[in-house]
Ligand binder design. Sequence first.
Ligand SMILES: Nc1ncnc2c1ncn2[C@@H]1O[C@H](COP(=O)(O)OP(=O)(O)OP(=O)(O)O)[C@@H](O)[C@H]1O
Ligand SMILES: [Mg+2]
Length: 388
Amino acid sequence: MTSTPPPADRFPVVGIVGAGQLARMMIQAAIPLGIEVRVLAEHSGDSAALVSPHVEIGSPNDADALRNFASRCDVVTLDHELVNLDALVAIEAAGGVVRPGATTLRFAKDKLYQRSTFQRAGLPVPDFVDAPDLDAVEAFSVRHGWPVVAKSQTGGYDGRGMWVLGDLDEARALFASVADSDVALMIEQFVPIERELAVLVARRPGGEFVTYPVVETVQRDGICHEVIAPAPVSEEIAARARDLGERIAALTGAAGIIATELFLVGDELLINEVATRPHNSGHFSIDGCATSQFANHLRAVLDWPLGSTDLLAPVVVMANLLGEDRASMGPRMRLALLAAAPGVHPHLYGKDARPGRKIGHVNALGEDIEETRARAALAAARLTGRSV
Ligand SMILES: Nc1ncnc2c1ncn2[C@@H]1O[C@H](COP(=O)(O)OP(=O)(O)OP(=O)(O)O)[C@@H](O)[C@H]1O
Ligand SMILES: [Mg+2]
């Protein structure tokens, strides 16, 4: 791998570490751009491995596998952040191009580092502390009262690695349950959230960026169910949210998509966390924007000009398809039922429908928020076998 551009007579090769649904949707976006994608998959049945002609099997924690993989790519990017950071640093030191780079990825891998750095930069974050032991939780609760929120400093996703603690007994039980693991905890104030917002920025290595419309994300049990674009908030709040997302993109030195999750409390915006890659809150852009987050991610990591983020309809709603316990028929078979709920764009990830697992999403474009939400929700219910 070299840091010079590939010769003009061949397509650039983007390597994706990890083969989940984000990699799958990057492949889909790469096709019309003439970009060749390789994926480093843990298993041949992974979502992106199923649709990629260039799959290597290997662990994202294996330094040798990463180095060999990188040697066959012009640029390496990521499907998730559960990767060996030291190995990426070594690839960069040897002249390889990893985007986002290790400095940016550290924000995504380590929530305590992320929070501390944002706070030092004067950005608004919920109050938090490192919680190496129960004493730290008790001291924090004296200042903030109960409940408090405990989070794993690394590795959490979809609400796994986050616990709402009602009192010291619950905190004690949590500490006991992680005592034998290498989970390090942090504690933060429980925020009385009114809405959750997200803002996506696509940034080129030199700093040029485009910003997507601010969206509302609707979560249940720590997992995103629905995204509404544009977020039904005032232009003043949307402008502040965009500004925070853009400041974070610059502060983290992002390359590619960076997503910032925000809590709206009254008039105040607090930064929850960032993802330094395409994000669930941006799936609406596949059908709903002039350029999808996946296309702009690829363009940004290749340092190509970025595409317009304009919405293609007054309202775009994304509804996640979450695996159901009792679905006797999988979503692939249920696809035909969409005929009964027309007017949505289905996206299936080729994953088995385990309970609570994200197995796909639908996008709906419309004129009216409630009508569009209802259309997306009906289609999602039909595809997952929920009663409506
Ligand atoms: N301090 C808090 N106060 C109240 N609710 C919170 C707090 N932190 C998180 N939550 C709720 O839990 C959800 C998941 O939290 P968070 O985004 O930190 O976890 P995650 O598992 O990393 O999620 P993701 O799937 O986005 O990676 C948030 O979207 C929000 O609904
Ligand atoms: Mg989150």
